[in-house]
Design a protein around this ligand. Structure first.
Ligand code: NAP
Ligand code: MG
Length: 398
């Protein structure tokens, strides 16, 4: 069989621990036999990040701006324990944070729905996609512990030196305070990414904040969404037969629970962080979730939503058998290959991505799965496969 040719490389960001092991198996068993794989390789494994003073992470993000599509393996975000374990020069920042800061944009996370893995919420029939704003708020906040009585104010000093002040609180004893920000530009690109993604996937878009309490901060998000919708998307949404609406976050949560799914739920940064874990676990598993960062300039970075599965990696190192679910990592590759195909007009590549996804889903629906799924499936007597066995079972169907 002749292999599928690629015209433009994908940016390949390799990672750490168990997912690095899966990464290699996926390439060898599921991709390289069928595709003349063209990638520009960046090793984001912690050792190499440390060797390059994290320059490799920055370089990989810049390469994503050049080639437009990247696929990323899960990576370690160093903490104190990792400093010793890897003998690090510095506690390097989260690669995802660095990449998001360079690319800007919105992270879309959607569950991979298969028969036999039923959502905990029984009326959910279709996937719910969370669109998480990837910039600002508490993630770029500054905080202080207030030791005792005193006044805390917000002070804005304009370029000409004029100051505007707002009292936060008159403390009569110890307490805490937090300042955070966002940028109209970033909120505008968040809004546009959500509207375009809704049109791309022909799904309704919901957006919710707490604007009744946060009358300036959250209200600005609400207003920017509405202005952009009215000016640029209203007609396109009507033509596509989809809807945009804004509601309060409490109301959104209540509606989500009663819905049957099949829409995009746009969330501010923190809400998206928390709600995506709720939605993914209610749909079954973090390992059954796709995740893509879409930048306002049209750059795409595909990844798995879970981490490096450290506990399984240590078992693997001891020579013990592991049963780690590779579905999210496989779907990161198929997402990237399909997008590459779309941008390059490469139909074979797009079809290959569809086939690999189908082979993966068919394998699980036929009762062959990893342990995490076997524990929650409604399929009777599932066959529990090890990490490699599961990938080989997919390869056989493919
Ligand atoms: P994790 O890697 O997501 O794993 C937490 C637990 O969830 C695992 O121990 C395992 O449970 C289960 N799990 C997650 N993915 C699984 C899979 N594919 N198949 C089967 N089970 C799976 O989170 P963590 O252990 O908190 O973090 C490990 C490292 O990942 C950390 O260094 C963190 O910085 C990094 N991280 C990276 C990213 C990213 O790059 N996007 C995201 C999150 C975390 P059992 O042990 O019960 O089987
Ligand atoms: Mg989270």
């Amino acid at each position: 069989m002749e292999k599928i040719k690629m015209t433009t490389p994908l940016v390949e960001m390799d990672g750490d621990e168990m997912t690095r092991i899966l990464w290699k198996m996926i390439k060898e068993e599921l991709l390289e036999p069928y595709i003349d794989l063209k990638t520009e390789y960046y090793d984001l494994g912690l050792e190499h990040r440390n060797e390059t003073n994290d320059q490799v992470t920055v370089d990989s993000a810049l390469a994503t701006k050049k080639y437009k599509v990247a696929v990323k393996c899960a990576t370690i975000t160093p903490n104190a324990a990792r400093m010793d374990e890897y003998d690090l020069k510095e506690m390097w920042k989260s690669p995802n944070g660095t990449i998001r800061a360079i690319l800007d944009g919105t992270v879309f996370r959607a569950p991979i729905v298969v028969k036999g893995i039923e959502p905990c919420v029984k009326n959910w029939k279709k996937p719910i996609t969370i669109a998480r704003h990837a910039y600002g708020d508490v993630y770029k906040g500054s905080e202080m512990k207030i030791p005792g009585a005193g006044k805390v104010e917000l002070v804005y000093t304009a370029e000409d030196g004029t100051q505007t002040k707002e009292l936060v609180h008159e403390f009569d004893g110890p307490g805490i305070v937090q300042g955070m920000h966002n940028l109209n530009k970033s909120i505008e690109s968040f809004a546009r990414s959500c509207f375009s993604y809704a049109l791309d996937t022909k799904q309704d878009l919901w957006f919710a904040t707490k604007d009744t309490i946060s009358k300036k901060y959250d209200h600005t998000f609400k207003d920017i969404f509405q202005e952009i919708y009215d000016a640029e998307y209203d007609e396109k949404f009507r033509e596509a037969g989809i809807e945009y609406f804004y509601t309060l976050i409490d109301d959104a949560v209540a509606r989500v629970m009663k819905s049957e799914g099949g829409y995009i739920w746009a969330c501010k940064n923190y809400d998206g962080d928390v709600m995506s874990d709720m939605v993914s676990s209610a749909f079954g598993s973090l390992a059954m979730m796709t995740s893509v960062l879409v930048s306002p300039e049209g750059y795409y970075e595909y990844e798995a939503a879970h981490g490096t599965v450290q506990r399984h990696y240590y078992k693997h190192l001891k020579g013990e058998e592991t049963s780690t679910n590779s579905v999210a990592t496989i779907f990161a590759w198929t997402g990237a290959l399909r997008k590459r195909g779309e941008l390059d007009g490469n139909k074979d590549l797009m079809e290959f991505a569809d086939r690999l996804e189908k082979a993966t889903i068919d394998t699980i629906e036929a009762g062959e799965m990893t342990k995490d799924l076997a524990l929650i499936t409604t399929i009777e007597n599932p066959t529990v496969l090890n990490s490699e066995g599961f990938i080989k079972a997919i390869a056989k169907r493919l």
